[in-house]
Write a protein that binds this ligand. Structure first.
Ligand code: DOR
Ligand code: ZN
Length: 348
């Protein structure tokens, strides 16, 4: 087993950076490790227009530590009022790389999302024409659907029909969490990929609920049965170009996580790459790590891999900070429950 891996600098194709003080607190942790990130638009109010995306991107650039080179790519939040021309303009001008579909009510700040996909059909058709990807939070929102079935039901009720109606639309099924999702991507010959988070490679629902409820492991989509986690690991380490890392690092202050109605989201940016390396090592597939974290996503988005490289080194177990400060509050860092041996070498 090697104890040093030289990789193209990884990219994070699904990241929540928030805004203001929270962004200041979390951004350095992504920028120190990743070369590029696709930044989610679920701010309050959401990032809906090219102008919103440009302004948000400027705030991110202004908050970046001076010694880092980190390129944020932006997404637009799809609403039933989204104008196809606005989306096409945002794409053509480089203001936004993709559009994000939140089914209304599916997750954090999704209330302005989409209730009726027919209402956004003209936008989706325009995106198919211009080759702009749609990033989908793939969970059914019907309250009758069991929370552990929401991804599988969404695939059957929404994603399959959408693929038939707009077959040329390029789609990313974000943070896939089930065997059903993996199979759907594998069985679809074109225009479909999926991001996988580091935490869903580690967690099953027992980790969240057995022996006590662990609010810091609660996210959307919720972790599923072990057999689904194993399917995700198999997809990630397979080298299949349609699967790539999107951390979905989603920071919330501890005060919001540790409440009677705690919110969904895990802050994983400081440890996501180390966790992925551990998973690939355990699967004896370290040579395929670079494809998952650095190559496949860029290829899907039509970009060259990062020009620079990082070294991941294996050594003594290290402990990330348990939490980082944010104003008066703190944000807990994801703890995978096992020692981390791989880390990004500082000045590679
Ligand atoms: O757990 C999650 N947190 N899932 C999402 O889809 C949204 C995210 C957030 O923004 O907090
Ligand atoms: Zn997300």
């Amino acid at each position: 087993m090697p104890d040093r891996l030289l990789l193209r600098r990884p990219d994070d194709w699904h990241l929540h950076l928030r805004d203001g003080a929270m962004m200041q607190a979390v951004l350095p942790h992504s920028a120190a490790r990743f070369g590029r990130a696709l930044v989610m638009p679920n701010l309050v109010p959401p990032v809906r227009t090219a102008a919103d995306a440009r302004a948000y991107r400027q705030r991110i650039l202004a908050a970046l530590p001076h010694d880092t080179r980190f390129a944020p790519f932006m997404t637009l939040y799809l609403t039933e009022d989204t104008d196809p021309d606005e989306v096409a303009l945002a794409h053509a001008s480089g203001a936004a790389l993709a559009v994000k579909l939140y089914p209304a009510g599916a997750t954090t700040n999704s209330h302005a999302g989409v209730r009726d996909l027919d209402a956004v059909r003209p936008v989706l058709e325009r995106m198919a024409e211009i080759g702009m990807p749609l990033c989908i939070h793939g969970e059914a929102t019907d309250p009758d659907v069991d929370i552990f079935d929401r991804e599988a039901v969404f695939i059957d009720r929404v994603l399959r029909p959408l693929r038939r109606r707009v077959p040329d639309l390029r789609i990313v099924l974000e943070h896939v969490t089930t065997q059903d999702g993996v199979d759907f991507v594998r069985d679809t010959p074109r225009h479909l990929a999926a991001t996988i988070t580091a935490h869903h490679l580690v967690l099953n629902r027992n980790a969240l609920l057995a022996g006590g409820i662990r609010p810091h492991l609660y996210c959307n989509p919720v972790a599923k049965r072990e057999r689904h986690r194993l399917a995700l690991v198999e997809a990630a380490v397979s080298g299949d170009r349609r699967f790539f890392l999107g951390t979905d690092s989603a920071p919330h202050p501890d005060s919001a996580k540790l409440s009677p109605c705690g919110c969904a989201g895990l802050f994983t940016a400081p440890v996501a790459l180390s966790v992925c390396a551990a998973i690939f090592e355990a699967a004896r597939q370290l040579p395929r790590l670079e494809a998952f974290v650095s190559l496949n996503g860029a290829a899907f988005y039509g970009m060259a891999p990062s020009a620079d490289r990082i070294a991941l080194v294996r050594g003594e177990a290290w402990s990330p900070p348990a939490a980082i400060p944010c104003g008066e509050d703190r944000v807990t860092v994801f703890d995978p429950g096992f020692p981390l041996h791989w880390r990004v070498e500082e000045s590679a």
